[in-house]
Design a protein. Structure first.
Length: 198
């Protein structure tokens, strides 16, 4: 009986050794490649960030008209889920912004307005201040997380607050990397006079 058990143990050990040998001789799987950005920053902003942010910002709106004040907000589970999808997309797109090596534009583009930078200068500025750019993307992620929490709590008021914070983060990043020399024109003198209290 003892001899039989020893033989069984040897067979099991040989079997394990054979499986391990076979596994080691299999072709090794390729290691997962590092993250590689495909879309340009411009495409990412136009096709993911902007539409997702709009889905969060437009979820709660107040409009005053001749018939009184009208409030638009999610009211049923399907509407809340639609806003949640936008928030999730915005949350994850903030992580995509931090992937290094992403071109600003698939093709070079000129400055869009006075005070704005062209794609070449935007790219140079991001490269020179990558940690600051990533900090804005991280701030976008955190503010969007608070919006997601408001959505899950079905809290329109907090969703509006979170949306305002998202807007501030976006604008601060744009002022830093997109239109740092923006010039806001002054109102004409006659308009200023009309704005004064009578």
């Amino acid at each position: 009986m003892f001899v039989g058990m020893a033989s069984l143990i040897r067979y099991v050990l040989w079997g394990v050794a054979g499986v391990m040998t076979a596994a080691c001789s299999l072709p090794q799987q390729k290691t997962v490649a590092a993250l590689r950005p495909e879309a340009s920053l411009q495409e990412l902003m136009q096709d993911m960030v902007d539409p997702s942010a709009d889905g969060v910002w437009n979820a709660v709106e107040t409009d005053a008209g001749p018939d009184g004040v009208w409030v638009r907000q999610p009211r049923d589970p399907e509407q809340w889920q639609e806003v949640r999808r936008a928030a999730i997309s915005l949350l994850e797109s903030s992580n995509l912004l931090m992937i290094d090596g992403r071109r600003v534009g698939r093709l070079d583009f000129p400055a869009e307005a006075d005070g704005a930078l062209d794609s070449t200068h935007i790219e140079e500025l991001i490269a020179a201040q990558r940690s600051a750019f990533n900090a804005f993307a991280a701030a976008l992620r955190e503010t969007t997380a608070t919006a997601l929490a408001a959505i899950d709590a079905r809290d329109p008021t907090q969703l509006v607050v979170a949306g305002g914070n998202i807007d501030q983060v976006c604008e601060a990043c744009h002022l830093k990397f997109w239109y740092p020399h923006q010039v806001i024109p002054s109102l004409p003198r006659d308009r200023l006079l009309n704005l004064r209290p009578q």
